[in-house]
Design a protein around this ligand. Sequence first.
Ligand code: HAM
Length: 427
Amino acid sequence: MSPKIKFQTPTGMKDLLPEDLEFYQRVFEVVDDFAQLFGFNKIQTPIVEDVQLFEKGTGGSTDIVEKQMYILKTKGGEYLALRPEFTPAFARAYFEHGMVNWPHPVKLYTFGPLFRYERPQAGRLRQFYQFNFEIFGSKKPISDVEIIYLFWEILKELGLKNLIVHINSIGDKQCRPYYKKSLVRYLRSRERDLCPDCKRRLKTNPLRVLDCKQEKCRTVIAQAPQMLDYLCGECKQHLERVLEYLDALEIPYFLNPYLVRGLDYYTKTVFEIMPDNVPNPTALAGGGRYDDLLKLIGKRDVPATGAAAGIERIIALMKEQNVFKPSKKKIDVFVAQLGDKAKVKTLKILKDLKKAKIYPAFSLSKDSLGDQLKIADKLGAPFVIILGEEEVLKGKALVRNMKTGVQKEVKFEKLGQEIKKLLKKKK
Ligand code: HAM
């Protein structure tokens, strides 16, 4: 029984153990591969940023800014937030490092941890990982589709099945005010039937009511006016082009007139990728176009589009659909030592083994050969290198086949080659 422990991971946060990290590693590898294929450059931004960046960028009336930011005051009196998303930080970096002068569009990506003070539940963590892609400097519908296609292909490469893209347009600053007016008028007429949160949203951010998952609000929403009927010519044309491209790429989508996103900065295209045909699906990825955000942050008009995916949600689905098996780490050889000189020699021969691409295990704190052979056996090492004081003096080690017990002397400098040969023969 393990001893009673006092400290545990903070609520909503997880330790990632070796087996978990194999899944993360797999996702990171696929993301890096596709980033290269699509010509995105990787950047890393700090885990904390000025609180105001998110207040301004993510938006003052979003759940993230209203209730989910981890804020800390530094000794110097600055207020910093643990980043709840990447997008405003990318926009900051774009201006701060003069990317305005780079050839456009500027295509950037990253992955890493984010923090949101959520009510912990399945698929909602307080520390979670995203991969995130942004394109700065293109207002073309094809750039929205490039992002959707990229996320779609990454998820497919990871082996995920039965997915669908939910897509909508939430218009722009020309047409959205008309829609907002009409939506507010309708929601006011049904205010009695809304949940307390939505009653509040009706005043602060009425579009967010459309996102409510409460049964009684869903009934009200089902009869609400739709943004699609209010789109101006430009937004309508943009959406039509996006849908045409999706058709041409044969990406299955659902034009969901009530899809709005939880962040303030979107214009025109918004989308989420989620499992199809399951009750209350949660989004694996979400994003869209945000042509006004960069002006807010850098005082310069730069159209932009992008998206992010939640890695824990992706891994949960990979496990559910059984599409990836972490490989058990294979040990090629165990190095067993007897005596101090042999312990030092063990460390010295590691580099030779590495050169020959051989992966050893060893246990320097153990003194008895019997104990070390037991560990070698547990690890499934097919061969053991045995080093005693005598072997060190002779410049040779014993190499034992764990299955047959046959052993032979091998010069230290030949160990790498010899083990390689033996491993080949074994296959
Ligand atoms: P988001 O919809 O807030 O968008 O997050 C994107 C994805 O991150 C979600 O679809 C979900 O998979 C995952 N996610 C969000 N919150 C949590 C959580 N508490 N626990 C686990 N996973 C979570 C953004 O973050 C935007 N910055 C995306 C974007 C980029 N838009 C344009 N560019």
